[in-house]
Design a protein around this ligand. Structure first.
Ligand code: DAT
Ligand code: MG
Length: 150
């Protein structure tokens, strides 16, 4: 199967709570490759664009306020089935429903402070990567590749 890319973002609460290394470590140790990363404060209009599909939801305003409340860490991760597997590593949207062992299950309580974002489909990953990394992403492959992939 071809390699995929996904967009993962550590939200302001994850940054403030010192969970950057924890999140990166989980994706890195799994065998996925970090292809782009930056710590940024985003504008309200940018957050609204990222969450455009949710603009009719009652929680949209609060969600946008939360995302702009501090810096976020935006990343692109690459690997086999990284989109769906990344969602499993992230865990269910509501942290109280998220399984222990997932990031949200291990590190969060409230749905509005759920630490991390992960693309929900290959198509949305492509759109999110284009939105967050218009400058493009790195081209590299780990020397460990043959020890992780058959
Ligand atoms: P996910 O982040 O798991 O893909 P989503 O795309 O449905 O979930 O929603 C985006 C974010 O919006 C989610 O991480 C937290 C917030 N959110 C979702 N549903 C919510 C709700 N019912 N009340 C408050 N915030 C919610
Ligand atoms: Mg989503």
């Amino acid at each position: 199967m071809a390699m995929e890319q996904t967009f993962i973002m550590i939200k302001p609460d994850g940054v403030q709570r010192g969970l950057i290394g924890e999140v990166i470590g989980r994706f890195e140790k799994k065998g996925f490759y970090l292809k782009a990363m930056k710590l940024v404060n985003v504008e309200k209009s940018f957050a609204e664009k990222h969450y455009a599909d949710l603009s009719s939801k009652p929680f949209f305003g609060g969600l946008v306020e939360y995302i702009v409340s501090g810096p976020v860490v935006a990343m692109v991760w690459e690997g086999k089935q990284v989109v769906s597997t990344g969602r499993k590593i992230v865990g269910a949207t509501n942290p109280l429903a998220a399984e222990p062992g997932t990031i949200r299950g291990d590190f969060a309580v409230d749905i509005g402070r759920n630490v991390i974002h992960g693309s929900d489909s290959v198509e949305n990953a492509r759109k999110e990567i284009a939105l967050w990394f218009p400058e493009g992403i790195a081209e590299w492959r780990s020397n460990q590749h043959p020890w992780i992939y058959e």
